[in-house]
Design a protein around this ligand. Sequence first.
Ligand SMILES: [Zn+2]
Length: 171
Amino acid sequence: MVSERDLQALEAQLGRPPRGVLAIERRCPAGHPQVIRVYPLIDGEPFPTLFWLTCPEIVKQISRLEHESWIRKLEERIARDPEFRRRYHEAHKAYIEERWRQLTERDRRRIEEQGLLDVFRKRGIGGLKSWDAVKCLHMHYAHFKARGQNPIGAWIEASFEIRECREDARG
Ligand SMILES: [Zn+2]
């Protein structure tokens, strides 16, 4: 269960009450949520972002990389580096399996009945239709911080100094 205090912290981070939060996967050393895990179906609608980066300070740092065209540059690497592509596809598979495991039997049946099975069984990280696309760095970095198995997040971690909020920071 997620504590009331964490839900309040998440509301402050996201600017709205969080929904479907299953767990705080990781915290900044300062104590606030950094990555959360979210239920894949919210009010009957698919919510394909299983891991969500919520710390505004880290979100900002990752956004800077997006502005520096790293989405496109990483997509180019996926296209030309078969080993990187293979690891990326493995990460999609692991993500899909974990997302599916979150769902109750009843919701799995509902998804089948509504013809939404492909959304859950074929779309990858963050709901990506193409497994060779990157789209957003935040969701990959969140997956990496929660599970370690995401080559895009791992590459960001190794290439840039992404700073977590320190213990003496407030928030
Ligand atoms: Zn933080």
